[in-house]
Design a protein around this ligand. Sequence first.
Ligand SMILES: Nc1ncnc2c1ncn2[C@@H]1O[C@H](COP(=O)(O)OP(=O)(O)OP(=O)(O)O)[C@@H](O)[C@H]1O
Ligand SMILES: O=C(O)C1=C[C@@H](O)[C@@H](O)[C@H](O)C1
Ligand SMILES: [Mg+2]
Length: 189
Amino acid sequence: MSNAHSSSQNEDLTALAGRITRPLVLVGLMGVGKSTIGRRLANALGRDFVDADEEIERAADRSVSEIFEAHGEAYFRDGERRVIARLMEEGHGVIATGGGAFVDAETRALVLEQGLAIWLDCDLDTLVERTSRKNTRPLLKTGDPRQILRDLKEKRSAAYAQAQIHVVTDEGPHEATVARILQELAAWQ
Ligand SMILES: Nc1ncnc2c1ncn2[C@@H]1O[C@H](COP(=O)(O)OP(=O)(O)OP(=O)(O)O)[C@@H](O)[C@H]1O
Ligand SMILES: O=C(O)C1=C[C@@H](O)[C@@H](O)[C@H](O)C1
Ligand SMILES: [Mg+2]
């Protein structure tokens, strides 16, 4: 890539970042890439990044799995709703949500009104492979991960589909997904 090319790309990115005045909120199933893509997207746009699951863990001083074990899913969802409301209020550049956050009607309405929701979506095989790398997702420990992910995909897709932007991230490196999101953002504004 020539210097002229990369500097004009940088100008485009700066202009795009300047036009985005709402937090970009990544939504979608566990393992689709919200945290890892979100961090890279924020970096590309020169904006800050926060991960809602990490913020919940910090606020509770426990891991997501520990919260599920000690208090159950309903308690986790209450905390998640409060933490995401706070993150929206703080006005971050890019927010990665946990997989279930956007399914909550209150959180979804808030994000759609004040942010720009980006649904990261991929096929089941890719989800199974990506979630197999870490054992930190309590919902996948209760049975066959493929079956659980298939059921969640079916149940949650209608909620995710309300996001303003939809990007499929089946194959290729993280950077390819970031580039596709940037293209969608440029077209959306
Ligand atoms: N486009 C991609 N190409 C290759 N690997 C990817 C891609 N996106 C994500 N991954 C990998 O998949 C795994 C899961 O990604 P990540 O933790 O970002 O998912 P997540 O959506 O944040 O999941 P959760 O909802 O459980 O927090 C990681 O190992 C990540 O590096
Ligand atoms: O999809 C979900 O419901 C979850 C996804 C993770 O990000 C965590 O928020 C938690 O494991 C629940
Ligand atoms: Mg994540």
